[in-house]
Design a protein around this ligand. Structure first.
Ligand code: MLC
Ligand code: AMP
Length: 505
């Protein structure tokens, strides 16, 4: 067996022996075989290399979810390039930071956002380093596809080390400055192998794939489980509960954020009749309410399997496939992962006590891109990563996430960092200062609420929202704005966000 650690080479080993086997079927009836995925990704890999991309170079991708986007991801792995996906909701100023920081060699975007990307590139020093700016539209067409189609359908996976970077994903961070999270081929492979085994994936599985692929959940959990087991997918460009109800009878596994499940429950046509073929529903990326867990059981007879992960670590813990899945817990640490709960001094706490959750394992990222100090801050001396989550562990090792020490809101499974929004609002005329807090929301779990302290002529709530909408991705825009004379602060001068949540939540 070759020692090449390239994740694509590992995927390929798990391809069904008959490459004509279906890899995925799209919502509009297109069937894609493993052979097509293999050949199309080879063409793109040849194209990227011909454009001058070399091993380790970043390929920044801001496009809608499509089959061709998946091929592009596979092509980057194959060629030893670093796949750097961006949420399509990001606005110009956000893009400028990512492009400037990642310094890609190739950028791929939707034709509609070409002008925005060109502008963002011209505003960064990274601009001149970009060899090619290509388009890939939601329908799979664009200059990338045109160019790729003239290339050979053969491409030998580039030799890489397990520690070489396969993907770069950003987390906005509590300071408002996004950090690039480097994920290696080994991080992704080992976590995928663990999940395939823990969740019992086989070639007979068919995953309902409705998650975006610019994040860990859809890309490294969903896609990897399928490609590491020779399984197949029903591939939708986004989530819709009615489409899920229609697709579930043909599927065996579904993965989603809690909003996907609450929306399914609110659909009157969802019930056990559409789940006869299903064996597993997985939830993660945000806390699943016990109420949703129980209502789901009652409605369709299935017990949602909740797991816990992060971009920095992939999946850390999971409720068991066989055995008790406990509501309100994220299950024990996955095989090979160590999860411990410590106090602020780093001492491991007794069973049942709440503290800081730290993890270690082959799934944990090597560090932040070009930020060695930040990396050092987030790792302990004995090599554990500080997740920033507050947790307890029971006598059976089941972990419960009970809060966060990081100032972060999870809205519909997407992370919103208050600092980033506060900086944008504080820049407005008439605003002295602001604080953004998460308040509970029936659909998204949590949403951002902005509290402003007016200076002179205070902007209206609508104006604050319009300002945020112009500068920030839509999911970060506060859903509500309140005004207060002064922010409550503790003796250290720190804003007491809990008091704001109590008052306005
Ligand atoms: C959309 N909107 C949101 C939002 N998504 N607001 C807050 N939070 C969100 N997540 C807003 C839009 O701005 C818009 O507002 C309105 O809601 C409708 O937008 P939409 O695009 O039509 O929404 P919809 O398609 O229904 O999308 C909602 C969603 C989607 C929940 C289906 O956000 C989603 O797929 N989320 C999953 C994200 C994910 O993959 N997370 C995993 C991260 S990985 P307006 O005002 O403009 O009308 C990770 C690690 C791990 O966390 O452990 O897995
Ligand atoms: P991200 O940075 O997008 O990868 O988000 C990671 C964060 O999502 C974690 O640090 C947790 O706060 C949260 N998270 C993920 N899965 C769960 C879960 N099952 N329950 C509670 N929080 C979760």
């Amino acid at each position: 067996m070759s020692s090449n650690a390239n994740l694509f080479a590992h995927f390929k080993r798990h391809f069904p022996s008959d490459h004509e086997t279906e890899l995925l079927a799209t919502a509009d009836g297109r069937s894609v075989s493993y052979r097509e995925a293999d050949e199309a990704s080879a063409r793109i890999a040849n194209c990227l290399v011909a454009l001058g991309a070399k091993s380790g170079d970043r390929v920044t991708v801001q496009v809608e979810k499509s089959v061709e986007n998946l091929f592009l991801y596979l092509a980057c792995l194959r060629a030893g390039l670093v796949y750097h996906p961006l949420n399509t909701a990001y606005k110009a100023s956000e893009l400028e930071y990512f492009l400037g920081n990642a310094e890609p060699t190739i950028v791929v975007c939707d034709a509609d956002s070409l002008a925005t990307i060109e502008l963002a590139l011209s505003a960064t020093e990274a601009g001149p380093g970009v060899n090619a700016l290509l388009t890939l539209n939601a329908d799979g067409n664009g200059t990338l596809t045109e160019k790729a189609n003239t290339n050979s359908a053969d491409f030998e996976a580039a030799e890489v080390l397990g520690s070489d970077m396969a993907a770069l994903l950003y987390s906005s961070g509590t300071t408002g400055q996004p950090k690039g999270i480097m994920l290696s081929h080994d991080n992704l492979r080992k976590n995928a192998e663990t999940l395939v085994s823990a969740w019992g994936f086989t070639a007979t599985d068919r995953l309902l794939h409705m998650l975006p692929i610019y994040h860990v959940h859809g890309l490294f959990v969903g896609v990897s489980c399928v490609l590491m087991s020779g399984a197949s997918m029903v591939w939708h460009s986004g989530y819709s509960d009615s489409a899920a109800v229609a697709a579930l009878p043909g599927c065996t596994v579904m993965m989603g954020v809690p909003t996907y499940y609450t929306r399914l429950l609110s659909n009157p046509n969802f019930g056990s009749a559409c789940c006869t073929n299903m064996r597993l529903f997985v939830s993660g990326s945000a806390p699943l309410l016990s109420e949703t867990f129980e209502d789901f059981q009652t409605r369709c007879g299935h017990t949602i399997l909740e797991r816990y992960g992060m971009t920095e670590t992939g999946m850390n813990t999971s409720n068991p496939l066989e055995g008790e899945r406990r509501a309100g817990t994220v299950g024990p640490a996955l095989p090979g992962v160590t999860a411990r709960v410590v106090d602020d001094a780093g001492e491991v706490l007794p069973v049942g006590e709440t503290g800081n959750l730290q993890v270690q394992g082959p799934n944990v990222f090597p560090g932040y891109w070009r930020m060695p100090e930040k990396t050092a801050e987030d790792f302990t001396e004995d090599g554990f990563f500080n997740t920033g989550d507050k947790a307890t562990k029971d006598a059976d090792g089941y972990v419960s996430i009970v809060g966060r020490s990081k100032d972060m809101i999870i809205s519909g499974g997407l992370n919103v960092y208050p600092k980033e929004i506060e900086l944008v609002i504080d820049d407005m005329a008439g605003v002295k200062e602001s604080a953004v807090v998460g308040v509970s929301h029936a659909d998204f779990g949590e949403v951002a609420l902005a509290v402003i302290v007016p200076d002179s002529e205070a902007p209206s709530g609508d104006e604050v929202i319009a300002h945020c909408r112009a500068l920030l991705a839509n999911f970060k825009v506060p859903k509500r704005v309140e005004t207060i004379d002064a922010l409550p602060r503790n003796a250290m001068g720190k804003v007491q966000k809990n008091l704001l949540r109590e008052r306005f939540g």
